[in-house]
Design a protein. Structure first.
Length: 220
């Protein structure tokens, strides 16, 4: 038990971007590679958990084959997959970079140049973290990620309370942290608004520290 503190626990993690189709060959997406979420999945597995990983397109893959992976492309597919798995999860960590908006009317044929500006109407995607926060029971732990470029701490604290999370991982993208990099530096913020800064380390080490915090402070 000491070496496998998550034995018998089910951990749901999402990772990677979502791609929202404009037409059959173009999409709205972001630069996420899924590295942070996959590192969390691998670490949770090492600690004894049964891990379900919901993974966006163009993401890295875990090295271990013992992690159950569901592949999705869009935010709506991510929502359906997360909601299907959340009821059984002891811990859910939402590390994916889900598109906030999607094209309202994706078209079935490739859009050709017409010599004039192209207008694409966007509609908001559902807030998956908030939805899980509403469905969360007392004995579930919900961890969200906040990627912020300004007013990071203030925005992350607001997100923590609004979405009923137990912990928010605040991530500020720089050349050495955030999308695509192998290293990260984050701040953990709990319900009491305690802030714990994790200095720049490999994403694998950051994953260890996040899970260590969850195990020791969120009574799982």
């Amino acid at each position: 038990k000491a070496g496998l503190p998550l034995r018998g626990k089910k951990v749901l993690i999402n990772a990677g971007p979502t791609y929202e189709p404009i037409d059959p060959v173009r999409f709205i997406g972001n630069h996420s590679t899924g590295k942070m979420g996959v590192a969390l999945a691998e670490e949770a597995h090492k600690l004894g958990a049964e891990v379900k990983l919901i993974l966006g397109p163009n993401s890295v893959l875990p090295k271990t084959t013992a992690i159950a992976i569901t592949r999705i492309s869009t935010a709506l597919e991510m929502q359906a997959a997360c909601e299907a798995e959340f009821g059984d999860a002891d811990i859910a960590i939402l590390a994916a970079a889900i598109a906030d908006y999607r094209p309202a009317n994706p078209v079935t044929e490739k859009i050709k140049k017409a010599g004039s500006p192209l207008k694409i109407e966007l509609v908001e995607n559902p807030d998956i973290l908030a939805g899980l926060g509403k469905a969360k029971s007392e004995n579930q732990v919900l961890v969200g990620f906040a990627l912020e470029t300004n007013n990071g701490l203030e925005n992350a604290v607001a997100k923590l309370h609004k979405k009923n999370c137990d912990l928010i991982v605040l991530n500020t993208p720089t050349a050495v942290s955030g999308f695509g990099s192998d290293t990260n530096e984050v701040t953990l913020i709990d319900r009491k608004e305690n802030k714990i800064k994790l200095e720049l380390k490999s994403k694998a080490h950051i994953a260890q520290e996040i899970l260590h915090h969850i195990i020791h402070n969120l009574s799982v």
